[in-house]
Structure formats: C-alpha cells, structure tokens
Design a binder for this molecule. Structure first.
Ligand SMILES: *[C@@H]1O[C@H](CO)[C@@H](O)[C@H](O)[C@H]1NC(C)=O
Ligand SMILES: [Zn+2]
Length: 515
C-alpha cells in the first residue's frame, strides 16, 4: 500500500534486520515492532520480515525487490501451476533478462514439495538480501552478481503450499500438500533417464549425458510444473542448481535412482562423483547445524558422513529432478534438506536463514569452479552444441548457442577435448590448482574437416565395421530428442516442446522467445 522507499534506505533496513540485535523473539511480531520503534522516526517499516509468505505476499515481495533493484534484478514467469498460479522467478545479474557470453547461470528451486516450506522462505529472503547487499556496495555480492546470473524460483509447487499452509505450522501433517493439485509428486514426475543411462552404460555405448526423453514419458501424466521446469532448462544454459527440501538435515547428490532397481539403497555415483561431493560439501561444510557433532541433533544419521550423501545410497527413487538435470542437460543439481521440520513455526525462520545464508552463497559461488570458454571456428564464429569431453569422466557438456561452455571440474589435471560435427577435434591439457576459485578460461578453435565428418569423429580406433559406432548413434539421438522425430512437425522449424508450450495459453513467458 505504501510507496516503496528509496533503494538505499530499504537496503539499510534489511541489513539492520539481519543483525543479531534485532533477532525476532519467539513472539515474532513483537520482536519486529521493537525494531521498528528503535528506528529513527520517518523510516518506513518495510524491511526483511522473517515470516511465512502466502502466494500473494511472495509475488509482491519478489516484484518489489525487482523494482528496487531494476538494474540487477527482474521477475519473470516460467509457466503456471495446475491451478493457474504463475511460477514466478526472480533473476539477478548485471544485465537481467539476457545471457551474457561466458557468464554462468545458476538456479535455486524451493518448495517442490508443497509442504516443505523453509526453502521457499530462504529464497524469498535471499532475493531481498542480494538486492540490498548489492545496493549497499557489498564487495562479495557485487562481484557475484557482476559475474553470475542467478535465478530463484521460491515455489515450484504453489498449489501444494496452499494446502499445507491452510493447516499451518505445527499442524501440517507429514504429507498433506506435498503433491501438486493433480496429486502428483513433482520430484517423481520427471522422465526417468537414469534407467536408460544404466542400460546404455552396461552396453558400454555411452559417452554420457544429453539423453533424450523417451516418447512413452509423454503418455503418462506430466504436471504443468514439471513441464515448466523442463522448458526453462531448455531455454537457459544452466550450469548449477539446487533444490531445497525439508524433513531431514543433509545434502544429497545424484544419482537418486539406484543402479540396481531392486535395491532400496545402493551407492550409485555419477561419473562426476568427485565434483558432486565438492558441491555438496560447499553447502554442508559451512552450515553450522550440518557440522554440529552432537549425536541427537536433527539429521543424526548423516553425522559421520559430514552431512552429505549420494541420493540412492540414502533411498532410491525414480523420476527425480536432479537425475534429470544431469542426464538431460549440462546442469549439475544437488538436493538440500534444510531441517527436520517441514513446516517450521515462524519464529524458527530467522535462525534457519542465519544457518543457510552462507551455505547458499558459498554454493552459488561454486559455479565458478573448473573451466569455461568459447568454442569457435577459425573465423571466430561460435560453434553451438559442440561437445566438451573430459578424459576419465564419461559425461559430456555441450556449448550454448553463443558457443560458450562451462565445465565444473575438481582441482587437478585434466585432458579436455572439444569436438563438433564437421570439425577436427582439439585436445588440451588443463591443470586446475587446488585453491583456484575462478573458472579457468579455455577456448577452442576448431578446424573444418575436408573428409566426411562421420569417419573422423569416431576416430580411427572406434570406427567399427560400417562406421556406425554406438557413440555416433548416441550423438544423433542427443542432438535431436526422440520426440521431435516422431511428432508431426507442426510448424516446420518449431522446437520439439512447442506444442505443449502453446497449449498453455496466452501466458507465454517472453524469455522463451529469445533464441
Ligand atoms: C560490479 O559492477 C558495477 C557496475 O559495472 C561496478 O560499479 C562495480 O565496481 C563492480 N563491482 C565489483 C566488485 O566487481
Ligand atoms: Zn522433499
């Protein structure tokens, strides 16, 4: 109702509220009143409130935050929930709304399970925090936003949240509101590419990554929330992601689906096990409760493991979002369980924020590990969809439309290969020092092939009889997802997801039309 205060003023107040001296008392409202009274008269009482946010409040806060930080923030919708609520994202970057060459992109997703609400609040607070710290001139946050594009989706399941919130903190049962409005568990609703991965891996026909969505997936029920995430992932070249849950205190990383489907628990690492452990530790190691050694703390089962675990080693499930990110795109996603209470009482939110602020920032900063660069031809023209291979890690990364790529890698020495159809491959040896916290720049200039690309791509040793090695097969299927070929090409050049996108109606997010 009140006109927004000038940016700097807002920022100072947020900072004040984040300091311990104004920690909300158990009677949260009372605590905040005290702070308001302590402020010099004339200060508008709009500052970071450590409260739960209804859907309307969340939308308002995100839009207000973007308005206060217009030059570094922007909101946009990636689609609508089953009941028609916008899935609202707030993005932070030095040029909001645009991908910048070699600037890595991160997404943080909260509230995929509607009754696990702490993540939703953490991301709402984080949005306000990033805005205010940027305006205040915080060196760390300015550097972060100047070099990174960060997308926050506080609620992936706003419909489920309403169900849980109607019961309220302390009354919400373990599962009501978990599902979306169609009663689908969104973290079981993604295409199961992990089974396909195990099948291909056992046939040794696999360089890993970019597995197409099997056609039969579309015959089942696919939630609009799930579709929205998949379209989002197709549009933005995400490098790193976290999905925030509740109900335990641990960070888990892929695979979530066990390599032996009969086994409920089985350590099932990805080829990037080393990197995923570093990512999980980047969160857990700076989280005071995750590092708390007391036996009876929440999430005690993970004490000896440093509060990180391979997902399938905890419990195996299929259709999860993290496995899908890793196997279908270039994005590495971890799962964070923020605490044992799924719907914490309001007075706990401030402490949860204090515990998770540094882990969230530290995790986002991990997007600058490893190497990045541009793949181009000898005229300097970007080569999109080129593959970046790392020897010993059977998982390839592909270049974005501008030819830029990011390869998260642990410290050490790596042999990196860039290849694309029609070009000869380029091999480089890269050494990443242990302490390096900025992605090393490694560009590749590809020379065109004179002979047929097919034979050369496979390399002399791999090209078996007929020249159609399994590697080649995978490459074909990965460049064009299965659905595309089977679907009648409605508009000729339309992307494969166009039909279900347009079926969503007139609310086409503008970002989707950029490429
Ligand atoms: C971030 O970018 C802004 C605008 O270009 C600049 O004024 C500021 O000095 C930069 N800060 C850091 C820490 O890089
Ligand atoms: Zn969950």
């Amino acid at each position: 109702m009140r006109p927004p205060p000038p940016p700097l003023l807002f920022a100072m107040l947020v900072l004040a509220a984040a300091r311990p001296w104004c920690e909300p008392t158990p009677d949260a409202a009372g605590g905040l009143d005290v702070v308001e009274e302590a402020l010099p008269s004339g200060f508008p009482p709009t500052f970071l409130r450590f409260t739960h946010h209804s859907y309307a409040q969340m939308v308002r806060v995100l839009k207000q935050t973007a308005a206060r930080c217009t030059h570094v923030a922007k909101t946009y919708s990636i689609g609508r929930s089953f009941d028609g609520r916008e899935l609202l994202v707030i993005e932070f970057s030095s040029l909001p709304g645009q991908h910048e060459l070699m600037e890595p992109e991160v997404k943080l997703i909260g509230n995929i399970h509607g009754n696990e609400v702490a993540g939703r609040e953490m991301l709402i607070y984080l949005a306000q925090y990033l805005c205010s710290e940027y305006l205040l001139g915080s060196d760390r946050i300015q550097r972060l936003l100047n070099t990174t594009r960060i997308h926050l989706l506080p609620s992936m399941n706003p419909d489920g949240y309403e169900v849980a919130a109607a019961e309220g903190a302390g009354y919400n049962g373990w599962t009501s509101g978990r599902q979306n409005a169609q009663n689908l568990d969104l973290n079981r609703n993604f295409p199961d590419l992990t089974s396909e991965y195990y099948r291909l891996a056992s046939a040794r026909s696999m360089r890993g990554g970019h597995i197409a969505i099997p056609q039969h997936y579309w015959w089942g029920k696919v939630a609009p929330e799930t579709k929205a995430i998949m379209k989002w992932m197709r549009t933005i070249p995400f490098v790193l992601s976290a999905s925030l849950h509740g109900g335990d205190l641990v960070v888990s990383y892929p695979f979530d689906f066990s390599k032996h489907p009969q086994e409920e628990k089985m350590f099932s690492p990805t080829p990037d096990e080393k990197m995923f452990k570093l990512l999980a530790k980047a969160y857990a190691d700076v989280h005071p409760m995750m590092m708390d050694k007391s036996e009876n703390r929440c999430g005690g089962n993970f004490l000896k493991r440093g509060s990180i675990i391979n997902g399938a080693d905890w419990y195996s499930f299929t259709g999860g979002m993290s496995d899908f990110n890793y196997l279908h795109s270039n994005c590495f996603e971890i799962t964070v369980e923020l605490g044992c209470v799924k719907f914490p009482p309001e007075e706990a939110l401030y402490t949860i924020w204090q515990h998770n602020k540094e882990p969230l920032l530290n995790f986002v900063e991990m997007v600058h590990r490893g190497i990045k660069g541009v793949v181009m031809d000898k005229f300097g023209k970007p080569v999109k969809n080129a593959r970046i291979l790392v020897k010993g890690i059977r998982h390839d990364i592909t270049t974005a439309p501008d030819g830029d790529y990011w390869r998260l890698l642990p410290p050490g020495s790596h042999i990196v290969i860039a290849q694309a159809p029609g070009y000869s491959k380029v091999i480089k040896k890269v050494i990443i020092p242990a302490r390096m916290k900025r992605a090393g720049r490694v560009d590749f200039i590809l020379q065109p092939l004179r002979i047929r690309p097919r034979t050369f791509l496979l390399g002399p040793r791999r090209s078996g009889p007929g020249g159609a090695g399994p590697h080649r097969e995978l490459e074909e299927s990965s460049q064009e997802p299965l659905g595309a070929r089977r679907q009648p090409a409605a508009g000729g050049s339309k992307p494969w997801w166009w039909s279900y996108f347009t079926s969503l109606g007139p609310h086409q997010p503008r970002w989707l039309l950029k490429y």
